[in-house]
Design a protein around this ligand. Structure first.
Ligand SMILES: [Zn+2]
Length: 378
């Protein structure tokens, strides 16, 4: 089998990724797109400092006489924790928002508390109604579409936008960044597609979603285009180095590391470490490591070595997580094994906005860029 897998000459993306192509030099299209994004979206040196100063000035100006001038989403992970640190150092007045979807590791909760207390940042935690959310997560797992995390990600975006609107805040600063997350495999199902979410839940769910935080795409577009609320990938304004950020957080705040990207959530750990590679033949570490290769934070050889390790830290944690996952979502072992064997489905097989997004791609792109407040757009 392994003989037939083709690996990009530059990064570690390979032919197991659903949509990928290689040029005559054996370099994949993800590399090319990513290099283009680094060129056009990431600033260097002086230019970066200048852009950051402009951004900070605008945030302060627009937030004058308001209780907060920006919102930061916190998960307890490195990226968002580091954003909290930076924002405060720059003299901004953030409100931190956290979604408690029932899957936080104890360490994540502790990290958030320690950090925000020390920084003196107000925290609003939205505790999701577990019975509803369980029903929705079960539905996504039963639907066999890949973007299972949509059930959480949609809710986070909805809460961030609604809270921003409520407080009259225009800036949501997040930890997404090109350095470690610039390469992402195309995955069916967009987080803002409430139509898809509803259809999946109608087909597989049993409870009504009465309190689940949601937002339809028209309301999303309204908040972004008319209310001008922006999602700023804040770390792109810095020379972001993950290892340095972790060392700083440990030293200054007693923050502790998790041993894996996004391992602050037990669900995410299980999803990325087991469900994705085994059911969808997709090892997300490939994207993450490829981004770090092209942005020159790791060598390709080291990335290949890393990929030879199991996606799970160790077998014991896997067994514990599996048991916890089954019990929490009320699946029997047999049921879950059957789901794992079922063929993955494309969101297009459900009622969704996939086709419309595809047709209106240039427009969707512009709205996305507008929402991010990238170069020249504001
Ligand atoms: Zn590549």
């Amino acid at each position: 089998m392994s003989n037939s897998v083709r690996i990009c000459k530059k990064c570690v993306m390979d032919s197991t990724i659903k949509v990928i192509s290689f040029d005559e030099n054996g370099v994949c299209d993800y590399c090319r797109l990513y290099e283009h994004r680094l060129d056009t979206e990431l600033y260097d040196g002086l230019e970066r400092t200048k852009m950051l100063n402009i951004l900070v000035h605008k945030i302060k100006r627009d937030g004058k006489n308001k209780q907060y001038d920006c919102i930061i989403g916190v998960s307890g992970g490195v990226d968002s924790s580091y954003v909290a640190h930076l924002v405060k150092k720059l003299g901004l007045r953030p409100l931190a928002i956290h979604l408690d979807n029932g899957w936080n590791s104890e360490l994540a909760v502790k990290n958030i508390q320690l950090l925000l207390e020390k920084l003196g940042i107000d925290l609003y935690t939205h505790v999701i109604n577990w019975e509803e959310f369980k029903d929705l997560q079960r539905s996504f797992i039963l639907s066999s579409i890949e973007n299972i995390e949509m059930s959480s990600d949609h809710a986070i975006n909805a809460i961030l936008l609604k809270t921003a609107d409520k407080y009259g805040i225009k800036y949501i600063l997040n930890g997404s960044n090109l350095v470690t997350e610039g390469i992402l495999a195309k995955q069916g199902g967009k987080d803002i597609d409430y139509r898809l979410l509803t259809d999946i839940h109608n087909k597989f769910g049993t409870k009504k979603l009465k309190t689940y935080p949601s937002i339809n795409i028209w309301n999303f577009a309204y908040k972004v285009l008319v209310k001008k609320i922006k999602f700023i990938p804040f770390l792109n304004y810095f020379d972001f180095n993950k290892e340095d950020a972790q060392v700083l957080l440990e030293k200054e705040y007693g923050w502790k590391r998790y041993g894996g990207k996004h391992y602050e959530s037990i669900f995410t750990r299980f999803f990325q470490g087991y469900i994705l590679p085994n059911k969808f033949n997709y090892d997300k570490r490939k994207c993450h490591l490829s981004s770090m290769i092209i942005s020159q934070h790791i060598t390709r050889d080291d990335a290949i070595k890393e990929l030879q390790k199991s996606p799970y830290l160790n077998e014991n944690i896997f067994e514990e997580d599996l048991e916890y996952f089954l019990k929490k979502l009320e699946f029997t072992k047999e049921e879950f094994e059957k789901i794992m064997k079922e063929k993955p489905k494309d969101p297009i097989e459900y009622k969704s906005y996939e086709k419309m997004f595809e047709m209106l791609r240039p427009l969707v792109y512009i709205i996305k860029e507008y929402a991010k407040g990238t170069k020249g757009k504001w």
